[in-house]
Design a protein around this ligand. Sequence first.
Ligand code: PRX
Length: 677
Amino acid sequence: MILPPEEKTYHPSDGLFTDAHVPDFDAYLALYKKSTEEPEEFWADVAQEFYWKKPPSGQMLQYNFDVNKGNIYIKFMEGAKTNICYNVLDRNVHERNLGEKVAYYWEGNSPDHHQTITYNQLLRNVCRCANALKLLGVKKGDRVAIYLPMIPELVYTMLACARIGAVHSIVFAGFSSESLCERIVDAQCNILVTADGVYRGDKLINLKKIASEAVERCKERFCVVVKHHAFRTNTDASTLKLMTILLFLLCVLQTPWDESCDIWWDDLMDGVSDECEPEWMDSEDPLFILYTSGSTGKPKGVLHTVTGYMLYTSLTFKYVFDYHHDDVYWCTADIGWITGHSYITYGPLANGATSVLFEGVPVYPHVGRLWEIIEKYGVSKFYTAPTAIRLLMKYGREPLQRYDLSSLRVLGTVGEPINPEAWLWYYDVVGQQRCPVIDTFWQTETGGHVLTPLPAATPLKPGSATCPFFGVQPAILNEHGEELEGEAEGYLVFRKPWPGIMRGVYGNQERFESTYFRKFPGFYVTGDGCRRDQDGYYWITGRIDDMLNVSGHLLSTAEVEAALTEHPSVAEAAVVSRPHAVKGECLYCFVTLKDHKEFNRTLMEELKRKVREKIGPIATPDFIQNAPGLPKTRSGKIMRRVLRQIAHNEKDLGDLSTLADPKVVDVLFSQRCEAAA
Ligand code: PRX
């Protein structure tokens, strides 16, 4: 495929966006100007459509981004009182008359399983769950851990927490029991909500077993269990029914149960009222904690608060997807990640949108599953990740041609840099050259999109996240912290907060400041490299710390190294990234064994298992290389640059004069892994 010159821009089709919220680039510039020059008025306007128990007044934004001037903090509309659950549900039902509108089309892992949930039903279910949590003693400020697959109960539980002022801490249901336990302990959660089991594709995962292992280690008080696998499997009409039932029975037999703390969800909800007065929260009360990998190894509990997050996710959703009332929107992310928090739950619901909530995986039971779902529900706004696009590209056009995709209007992407080839395939084949590809750059920490095109307004360049969203002020710095003007490449930072930015690392102010603010005082440091072109467009070049982005998920090399060195045969480990055709990046691990230990296939399998157990399947290494020695400087520091070059098979290694023993490099090159382990 011929890639377009960088200067070539793509414009949405004429007539596709006749009623766009931001119709052209000048309109974008005018709104952007207002958002940065008159932020108080800009956000006061946005706040108007929300419900306030006590409206915002006085100074809207207070902050300090400079570690030399004291503690870092961000406060937005402090003193105002509201409730985000009320705003995303009751307001739609009672003030906007959307009670009978569909909030979610839930589509299960198996195409036989689906459910429609209106705003009325959602509100009632959330209230019941909120009352049930209260019965268990949960109150404002308590933390609740949620380890659920993509089922409606996940949305009910998170909104129930928000309704009663409890802080949800959702752990992606692909994490291991150890990772789950670590997060439960760090956030001091008393309650865990999980499910018996779940099918991901044709693979059965016994979630309760993993949850019980986690709970045993950390002794939280209650474990509420949704009968998901049991309940929904019974209605399965697939040809695999007999096998499914057998597997189900196996799962039930293996489901550990502790009468003293385990409770079935259905039993807990039985007879509970479906009305629940919301807890009125201060704008700066915590809403949720979401863990993200940290470059020092231990995950960080990113903390978001009520009002800023509510306004920001709502506004970005409206503008970035050019949301209109009759849209059917679908984000394929998992709610266990920030994309799901902001753009499956809070942002779409705040706008009264109809969304698809998808439990499954893109290629089960067939490679056209995503396209089938788009046709089935008439999806108009679609949001996915480059890794999914690259995976589906492999199957060519044919699976798409079986379905009618003419409902599509906007195609979003998130999670990692999108390579121009994948961008063009998304644009040409999925969007049939009709729909703009909206490359949204953001992070768990930013709460919502920070660099992004707007569908009708921004001329597009494949691979660029284009321009800042309203209120966001990016800058590019060099290594010395000097700001670079015009065309430049360096560290991507932000000079001022926007409402949705994180408020801290849960329980660890020091880590908050050292991770994001100490390197360049006065700026929030993203950890990403970035280039700005002659038109002022931003191009993310990837992480510049020891983090890896595997299928859009950030992983810490230190965390994987710690897992590998737990194996009794391993003396030392170093992990770097290597490009991967579908995942974007994958893990390439160098391990140095202890004396007299043998490097063989069994060991490789054990090491992979170790990483899966410690972190989860997403962190499974693709390459494991025996490294009799690692390239180290005379002061003992591993030169990761050299390891990366070996993993990438780059023969020109540059200056190796600081290495204590340069011969190590030849040995490593000669034993380089060509094929995945
Ligand atoms: O490196 C950037 C990459 O994902 C990181 C944030 O990961 P996480 O907190 O897990 O949130 C992912 C979903 C918002 C960023 O620091 N990233 C995310 N979106 C893009 C991206 N890199 C390039 N282009 C993007 N659109």
